[in-house]
Design a protein around this ligand. Sequence first.
Ligand code: ALL
Length: 324
Amino acid sequence: MRHARSAGWLWMTATLALAVGLGQGGCSRPAAPGNSAGGKADGKPRVALVMKSLANEFFATMADGAKAHQAGAGDRYELITNGMRNETDVSEQVTIIEQMVARGVAAIVIAPADSKAVVPALKRAAEAGVLVVNIDNRLDPEVLAEAGLAAPFVGPDNREGARLAGEAVAKQLDSGAEVAIIEGIVTAFNGQQRVLGLEDAATAAGLRIVARQSGQWEMEKANGIAAAMLSEHPALAAILCANDSMALGAAAAIEASSRRVLLSGFDNVAAVAPLLADGRLCATVDQHGDRLAVEGIETALAILAGAAAPEDRTTPVDLVTGKP
Ligand code: ALL
């Protein structure tokens, strides 16, 4: 298994640590963020990390990364972590946003379940004085502009990441080979970008995309979809999935079919390690979920401290390939 780690995280972490350090050294706090209670517990800013389904190992890893960071950061901030029960329940995420505002947090660091539907709730949070930092899945820029909400985005180039995974699979196929794509939730911007990246790779290699369907980021749904794709397309050579949960579901369907069909995912969750090791999974993409939340939190703390402007940051993606 090959795993190319980039130096990007080290650079980002150092830059942000410096920015926060400077802020603590006396820069003034901006007027906008922070609610009437100041979002502070014992003088510490209270930061809410709002994720999606904790049944997805990607978010469990993200939560662990954030908790370890908070524990190691001594008294710098108080952390509240939240997750949803399933990937599709956007209304649950809206309720969590409202609860966090009611608890007087200074900042919400959010991986939105939907790029448009949660914007009104975040706008209400911002009106209550809460700083909103968007991680992982980018909020729709047009909807943000319509709402008059500014939220810096900290996250990866999903199109590029997916292209790398698609390319790793394509290298093992001949031009004209049939491939299928299992997408994430279609209204999630990162899901859309990943499909574009997979298409980029397929087009460049002359592969034929013969099927494409949303597995809504979920293992079971992807399992059923992959099984149907396999029976409808006897010449199917590869299934490209927009995340690892769905790749795990597709892997089970491929195994049940007893066919040799190549597979890729995205996230590099621990559960795919055995599949990479024995070649059932050709490639996945590490977007460093644990670090992603930490960078979002550091960005929020720096802005709250008046030490950084609310700017977007692109985080690294690294291709991880399995046994050929
Ligand atoms: C996205 C993440 C992951 C994940 C998915 C499921 O936002 O980037 O790839 O698997 O959400 O909710």
